[in-house]
Design a protein. Structure first.
Lengths: 197, 201
C-alpha cells in the first residue's frame, strides 16, 4: 500500500511538477484524509527548520484547496494540521514555540477567548512529555463537535478542546501575519516552492 | 501609590496581614520596593552614580508562559511615554528572566518589537546597532531563568549587563536607546498592560 502510494506520488510529481505531492524529507502524507466524516485534501506540505535543524514536516488539510491564508483560516468545515517530528522536542520547547507563535499572530482579544484551550493543549503535551522524532502530531477540528482533538501517533489525547476560535488561533501560528516561517506559510498554502531552494 | 494598584502579579514582599500591609504601603512605600511574580525590585538604583527611581514594573507574559519581569528606572517618575523618552540623564530597563530564552528567540523578539514601533526607514538606521546588540546576545547564548539583564543608557551610550557584569561594548546614540524603550512603551508595545505598568499607571 505504502509503496504503491509512493509510486503514485512520484508519478504525480513527475507529471505535475507542482506542490501537489505528498512526500517531503522522507515523510509521506496522504493526499486525502477524512475528518468528522468529511473528505479533506492536502493543501500543502512544508518543512519547519530552526537554525540548521529540521524540526518537523507540516501538512495542512482542508475541505477545499485554499491559496490564501484568510480562506484557509476562515472557511468552514473540518480541518487538520499534521506535524511529523524530524527531531526530538521536549514538551517545554514544543509548548514554548506554540506560545510564541500564538501570541505573535493573534490579538489580545482573540488570545483572551482561547486561553483555557491553550492551557489544556499544553497540559496534554506535558503528559506526553516529549515529541519524539518520527511522532505524528495531529490537530483535527470537527465541526459537528465544534472542537479540536489532539492525536499523537493516531491516539486521541484526552478531551477535545472546544470552539472554532481555538482552531483558528492555532492555524494562525503557521498562516498568520507573522508566521513562524514565511516559506512554510507559502508551502502550506500551495503557493509554489520558491524560497525553498 | 499607583504602582501598588496593579493586577495580581504585584504584592508587597512582607508577609504581614492585610491591614498592616496597607499601612506599610501608605507609610513606607518609598522604601518598600515592589514585587512582581515573586521577583523583588528595588525602588532605587544607580547608573553612572546617578540615582534612579523605579517608574513602574510589570510581567511580560505571552499566552501561557511568564517570560520576564521588567522594571523601568528613571531619574524622576514620568507617566507619559513621550516624557520618558525625552527625559535627560541615565535610564535603566532591568529584566529578570522567568524562563530560559535562547539568544535567537530573544533577538527575534527584540527585532519584532523594534519593527512594530518604527518605520522601515527608521529601522534601517537602527539596524547596524541592532546587529551589535544581537551579537552580544549571541555571546550570552541563552537568557537563563533567574538571570538579571539590564539595558542601561549611561548618559553617553547603551550598555548591556548580565548578572551585574557589563556584556559587550557600549552602543552609541540615544536614538537607539529610545528605540529600545519603544518596544515596551511605544505606540505598539509588546504588551499593552505591561506598558501601563511601566508607566506607573
Amino acid at each position: 500500500m505504502v509503496s504503491e502510494f509512493g509510486v503514485r506520488v512520484v508519478i504525480i510529481l513527475a507529471l505535475a511538477g507542482s506542490a501537489y505531492g505528498a512526500e517531503l524529507e522522507g515523510v509521506e502524507l496522504e493526499d486525502r484524509v477524512e475528518v468528522d466524516g468529511q473528505a479533506l485534501e492536502l493543501n500543502g506540505i512544508a518543512l519547519r527548520t530552526r537554525l540548521f535543524f529540521k524540526v518537523y514536516v507540516a501538512g495542512l488539510y482542508l475541505p477545499q484547496k485554499a491559496s490564501s491564508a484568510e480562506r484557509a483560516i476562515e472557511s468552514g468545515g473540518a480541518k487538520r494540521i499534521v506535524l511529523v517530528m524530524m527531531r526530538d522536542a521536549s514538551a517545554e520547547q514544543f509548548c514554548d514555540s506554540l506560545d510564541v507563535g500564538m501570541e505573535a499572530n493573534n490579538s489580545e482579544e482573540e488570545i483572551g477567548r482561547v486561553k483555557p484551550q491553550v492551557e489544556a493543549l499544553f497540559a496534554k503535551i506535558r503528559v506526553i512529555g516529549e515529541a519524539q522524532k518520527g511522532a505524528r502530531i495531529v490537530l483535527d477540528y470537527s465541526p459537528s463537535a465544534d472542537a479540536t482533538t489532539l492525536f499523537v501517533n493516531g491516539v486521541p489525547q484526552g478531551e477535545p478542546m472546544p470552539g472554532g476560535d481555538f482552531f483558528r488561533a492555532l492555524l494562525r501560528i503557521w498562516l498568520g501575519e507573522r508566521p513562524a516561517q514565511a516559506d512554510l506559510k507559502r508551502m502550506l498554502l500551495g503557493q509554489s516552492e520558491e524560497g525553498k531552494e | 501609590m499607583t504602582i501598588l494598584n496593579q493586577p495580581p502579579a504585584r504584592k508587597l514582599v512582607s508577609p504581614l496581614n492585610r491591614g498592616a500591609a496597607v499601612l506599610l504601603a501608605i507609610c513606607a512605600f518609598a522604601a518598600s520596593g515592589a514585587e512582581v511574580a515573586g521577583v523583588r525590585l528595588e525602588d532605587k538604583t544607580q547608573v553612572e552614580s546617578k540615582e534612579l527611581v523605579l517608574n513602574g514594573a510589570g510581567l511580560r507574559k505571552r499566552v501561557v508562559f511568564n517570560v520576564y519581569v521588567i522594571g523601568l528606572y528613571l531619574p524622576e517618575r514620568k507617566s507619559d511615554p513621550a516624557a520618558v523618552l525625552e527625559l535627560a540623564g541615565p535610564k535603566r530597563a532591568a529584566i529578570h528572566m522567568l524562563r530560559d530564552v535562547g539568544a535567537e528567540q530573544f533577538t527575534d523578539a527584540l527585532i519584532d518589537g523594534l519593527r512594530e514601533n518604527h518605520s522601515e526607514a527608521d529601522y534601517k538606521a537602527l539596524e547596524p546597532r541592532v546587529k551589535e546588540l544581537a551579537g552580544i546576545f549571541a555571546e550570552i547564548k541563552e537568557a537563563k531563568k533567574g538571570m538579571a539583564i539590564t539595558l542601561d543608557w549611561t548618559g553617553s551610550a547603551t550598555q548591556l549587563t548580565a548578572n551585574g557584569k557589563p556584556a559587550g561594548k557600549p552602543i552609541a546614540g540615544e536614538d537607539f536607546y529610545r528605540a529600545l524603550l519603544r518596544i515596551w512603551i511605544g505606540d505598539r508595545p509588546v504588551q499593552n498592560d505591561l506598558k501601563k505598568s511601566l508607566l506607573g499607571a
